[in-house]
Design a protein around this ligand. Structure first.
Ligand code: PLP
Length: 378
């Protein structure tokens, strides 16, 4: 049997073109126009934060968060090593050291029980990454942060539409960062958003995002001219991108249901293999509602995964592994250190294989893909 499935297909619902044309027709294509505002309002409504600001990427949203936390050279920031480079980059750019802690093998998230041992006098923030849109143990993390007076910046790049005890991921820590890259559940090509829980940071965030000026205040008519008030950058996405995204946010529930149906079908189809002890399946803790960002399986070890990936590829199915742990990368060694023992980060990352997952994938497609996995294990 030979079928063909890409690993990822960027989401497209159909109304994007109409909205992009509309933005062009209004002769307003730079940042912070009508579509950007609609996206911000949608995100605020969905997550309950004081302010959501669309940005040019999740990486940039995290850079903004690092500035709002006033990260200084020599500060330490605690994060998992099993994550995308942006989690560390945003803080390292401000001169901070990335302090990596081990992950839990069940969710692949930072092990909350190891955080406290990694805290030093220099620690300024904790950065939980909600892998696969499944929440970290946020009550524990928030409690540790409170006791040690640390910021919490959620890397919720994969976590839009997911919740922890009913709360939207990205809305629990001081700041939350979303990604709308084409590989994420909702997309604008390249883009992201910064979520701000406490309104006291809004003004500074707007200044950083608008090249260090108070232009946002000016546009609201609160001041009669705008000026350079702080160091900042340019983190506003174009209206064309925002228009593309808004079309999908309007269809967010439908996209989510489609992905969940595929995720659940993967789980059902592969459960027998897991029951036989041949593979491991993702674990979703009870207090977490996830968003089907990703479906992965875990092979026995690196060798078996390599064979699995090449078998699946030979059937034209896009199946990929994920992060090479940051502490093993050249920049990770330069800018970071691993606190404690690497019991699971390397071992579990070497076992993990991600299966195709995108809007418009059908449950029939999923069954076909699962047949290939089953064939490999026979
Ligand atoms: C995708 C991703 C990012 C980066 O998002 P961009 O929008 O491409 O900057 C950061 N962290 C994690 C965990 C991601 O999955």
């Amino acid at each position: 049997m030979s079928c063909g499935y890409d690993f990822n297909v960027p989401p497209f619902v159909g109304t994007e073109i109409k909205y992009i044309k509309d933005a062009i027709g209004k002769r307003k294509i730079c940042g912070d126009g009508e579509y950007t505002k609609k996206c911000n309002a949608w995100l605020e409504n969905k997550t309950g934060v004081a302010k959501a600001l669309l940005t040019t990427s999740c990486t940039h949203a995290t850079e903004m968060a690092a500035m709002l936390c006033d990260i200084q050279p020599g500060d330490e920031v605690i994060m998992p090593s099993y994550t995308f480079v942006s989690t560390a980059d945003a803080f390292v750019l401000r001169g901070a050291k990335a302090v990596f802690v081990d992950i839990r093998p069940d969710t692949m998230n930072m092990d909350e029980k190891l955080i406290e041992n990694a805290i030093t006098k220099k620690t300024k923030a904790i950065v939980p990454v909600h892998y696969a849109g499944v929440s970290c143990e946020m009550d524990t993390i928030m409690e540790i942060a409170k006791r040690h007076h640390l910021y919490v910046v959620e890397d919720a790049a994969q976590g839009i539409m997911s919740t922890y005890k009913g709360k939207a991921l990205g809305s629990i820590g001081d700041f939350g960062c979303y990604s709308f890259h084409e590989t994420k559940n909702y997309s604008m090509g390249e883009g992201g958003a910064l979520l701000i829980r406490d309104e006291k940071y809004i003004e500074n965030a707007e200044i950083i995002r608008e090249k260090g000026t108070n232009r946002s205040k000016f546009f609201r008519g609160q001041i009669d001219k705008y000026t350079w008030v702080e160091a900042g950058s340019s983190y506003l996405p174009s209206e064309l991108n925002a228009a593309y995204l808004y079309a999908q946010l309007e269809m967010a529930d439908e996209i989510n249901e489609n992905r969940m149906a595929c995720w659940n079908r993967y789980y059902e189809c592969l459960k027998p293999l897991a029951d036989e002890g041949k593979i491991d399946l993702p674990v979703i803790p009870e207090e977490c509602q996830h968003n089907a960002h990703m479906f992965y399986i875990k092979a026995k070890d690196l060798e078996e995964r390599t064979q699995l990936l090449s078998f699946v590829k030979s059937k034209n199915i896009g199946c990929v592994f994920h992060y090479i742990p940051l502490h093993t990368a050249p920049a990770g060694q330069k800018y970071g250190r691993f606190a404690g023992e690497d019991r699971y980060t390397t071992r579990e990352s070497e076992r993990l294989a991600r299966l195709p997952m995108y809007y418009e994938l059908t449950t029939d497609d999923v069954e076909e893909i699962c047949d290939v996995i089953k064939e490999f294990y026979r």
